[in-house]
Design a protein around this ligand. Structure first.
Ligand SMILES: Nc1ncnc2c1ncn2[C@@H]1O[C@H](COP(=O)(O)OP(=O)(O)OP(=O)(O)O)[C@@H](O)[C@H]1O
Length: 622
């Protein structure tokens, strides 16, 4: 659960809560650097000019009005002076009209650059993250927030940077008007005007920041809405939603989730945004009345018309700056949220590990689990509990056990997707944790129970077993033959290069068993390119009986010399393994070959007989 302190919403000086909110803090500083110094410098200059132009316009038009009496009375050169002032005022107005789109374009460019940098950081961290981090609740929330904001770019870090730079124009303009009031009328009135603007702005910005904080606190609700929305529109659960008549249930849950999200949001909006805004605005109105009363009390006769008009325009111009800034306020209040999420996520992932680590030696004697224990984060009981196990090199070890016994977890430890809490996994005496994980993984080919189905061609799906050898089309074809996937490839409507995703142009889809053969071929292709440890977690669960029998007939030949770990609930295949290990309670409870374990008449024998019984018992006829 992410607290507000974790989320860094209040602190960090990223703008504070004052009317100058949005000014660069540490985080904004880093993001500004991503936009590029030159671009930021140009934007600051454009902002300064854009801020000064309205002030200059007020001066020019006041001067123009001041020149009218002389022009009317026909004084020498008065008409020319009037015309010059008119041209100057029009020029200023024109320059403003030209610069506003320029400011907008530069802002978009800055946002694009900053979001690009953040997006790359996020993707690098996500692809580098240990599975344990990726599966954690907090990191998942951060990933979602960051990916969503960066993808849509509405209130993204880049927009926060663009918004921050847009404030230069606003506050330059305010400073200009204040100077005009000070010089043209009184510095007390100037200070009063600043006070009015500050009060209004504080109400606006403070409220928005509180609102952003509430949004951050509701991220769990947002995630639930996301899940339900995806459930409703994506094809994965579509068939079951329809067959079990779950559409109404899904719609109801979605409505509930929206209410659970919007209720607190609306309440918070009233609490933190509306009422403080009303309060600060009242303060502002009182100060405004005081300023205007002072001004009204002074006699027009005391000052030239031009000065009077100048001050009136300056006061009104400054007061207009007390409004909500659509180009900056929401962006600076919410936009940094994704950048903080990227920072937090990257901090949990730690420094990047090298993909280029050289592979460590293949096992010659054994892979040994020594007193290994492991507990999933948040779980109170260990899944693997002081486990000792030897996997002889070049032999096939089958691992069996009831559902939830920890077989897949064993594979995750072997492939270093998780690290043991205690104990060591050694390859010929060397601790695998002593080397970069990538170096060890290059020796391991694995098919997980829920293997990946990449939305690329069948050939690439196989080639991803050794991505550096993707060009080895003959090897891919041979691996496909070994896995019995050659017929799948041959029957593909557009050949092996059509994408295996129906929503892609020319794409097609495969059956579960066909996919499993592709995944098998992927692991076997990896074996052709340097992997020597083969891990198969339920490799034939989706294969028909003939395909399974054929696979295991050829399996020994294809995997000859490889250190193989085979997890399966099918005892017809397990029985051929050189060694069979029964896992229970996180430890090895039985070990031996098929005959030895049958003779021992323990758990294995009971499980084997139960399964064999199902196939040999005569079926009752009705
Ligand atoms: N990512 C996870 N986070 C928390 N607990 C997990 C996680 N993955 C698995 N577990 C738990 O660890 C235990 C062992 O799971 P594992 O998948 O290793 O079992 P298994 O022996 O492979 O089961 P099966 O035969 O059903 O595939 C189960 O109780 C499961 O709930």
């Amino acid at each position: 659960m992410i607290t507000n302190e974790d989320a860094g919403i209040k602190d960090e000086g990223d703008g504070g809560a004052g009317f100058l909110a949005g000014c660069p803090g540490r985080l904004t500083g880093r993001l500004l650097a991503s936009a590029g110094r030159l671009l930021v410098a140009v934007m600051v200059v454009v902002g300064l000019v854009l801020g000064l132009l309205p002030v200059a316009f007020v001066v020019a038009t006041s001067r123009l009005l001041g020149q009218v009496p002389a022009a009317v009375s026909g004084g020498p050169g008065a008409e020319t002076a009037l015309f010059t002032s008119l041209v100057v005022a029009a020029g200023i107005l024109g320059a403003q009209q030209v610069l506003i789109p320029v400011q907008h374009l530069l802002g978009e460019l800055a946002a694009y650059r900053v979001d690009g940098v953040e997006q790359r950081r996020l993707m690098a961290a996500a692809l580098d993250a240990p599975v344990a981090v990726l599966e954690g609740d907090g990191p998942q929330g951060d990933l979602r927030v960051a990916a969503q904001e960066l993808e849509f770019g509405v209130q993204s870090p880049g927009q926060a940077v663009a918004g921050t730079l847009a404030l230069v124009a606003r506050y330059t303009q305010l400073a200009g008007f204040v100077v005009l009031i000070g010089v043209g009328f009184s510095w007390w009135a100037a200070a009063g005007t600043v006070g009015v603007v500050a009060a209004f702005r504080y109400g606006q910005v403070h409220g928005l920041r509180q609102y952003a904080q509430v949004r951050a606190e509701l991220s769990a609700s947002e995630r639930r809405i996301d899940y339900l929305r995806r459930l409703s529109i994506e094809p994965a659960a579509g068939p079951e939603l329809r067959v079990f008549g779950l559409a109404g249930w899904c719609a109801g849950l979605l409505a509930e989730a929206y209410t659970a999200w919007l209720g607190p949001l609306w309440a918070a909006r009233r609490r933190v945004y509306l009422w403080p805004f009303v309060g600060y605005s009242l303060v502002g109105v009182v100060a405004l009345v005081a300023v205007l009363a002072t001004f009204g009390a002074s006699s027009v006769d005391e000052r030239p018309v031009a000065t009077f008009v100048l001050v009136v325009q300056a006061v009104l111009g400054a007061l207009r700056l007390a409004e909500h800034y659509p180009e900056a306020d929401l962006q600076t209040a919410v936009g940094l949220r994704a950048a903080r999420a990227v920072d937090r996520f990257a901090a949990q992932v730690g420094p990047r590990t090298s993909e280029k680590a050289s592979p460590i030696e293949s096992p010659e004697r054994e892979i040994r689990f020594e007193d290994v224990s492991f507990r999933y984060p948040g779980r109170d009981r260990p899944v693997i509990d002081h486990l000792d196990l030897i996997l002889p090199a070049g032999r096939c070890t089958a691992v069996v056990g009831v559902n939830g016994a920890g077989k897949t977890t064993l594979v995750k430890l072997l492939t270093r997707l998780y690290e043991p809490d205690s104990g060591t996994i050694r390859v010929d005496g060397t601790d695998i944790a002593a080397h970069p994980a990538a170096g060890w993984r290059r020796r391991v080919a694995v098919i997980f129970q829920d293997f990946a189905r990449f939305e690329v061609s069948a050939a690439d799906n196989i080639g991803f077993g050794a991505v550096g050898a993707l060009h080895d089309r003959a090897g891919i074809a041979a691996a496909a033959v070994d896995a019995g996937a050659d017929q799948v490839l041959e029957r593909l409507p557009g050949g092996p290069d059509v994408p295996l995703a129906r929503h892609l142009a020319g794409g097609t889809s495969l059956s579960g068993g066909q996919w499993q053969r592709i995944a098998l071929a992927r692991a076997l292709f990896a074996m052709r390119h340097g992997s020597s440890v083969l891990v198969l977690d339920e490799p034939t669960a989706a294969l028909d009986v003939r395909a399974e029998a054929r696979f295991f007939e050829e399996f020994r030949q294809v995997t000859a010399g490889a250190t193989t770990v085979l997890i399966s609930h099918r005892f017809s295949t397990v029985r051929h393994a050189d060694q069979i290990v029964v896992l229970g309670g996180g430890r090895v409870v039985e070990q031996g070959d098929h005959q030895q374990l049958l003779a021992a008449d323990g758990q294995y024998a009971a499980m084997f007989r139960a399964q064999a019984h199902r196939f040999t018992e005569p079926q009752e006829t009705v």
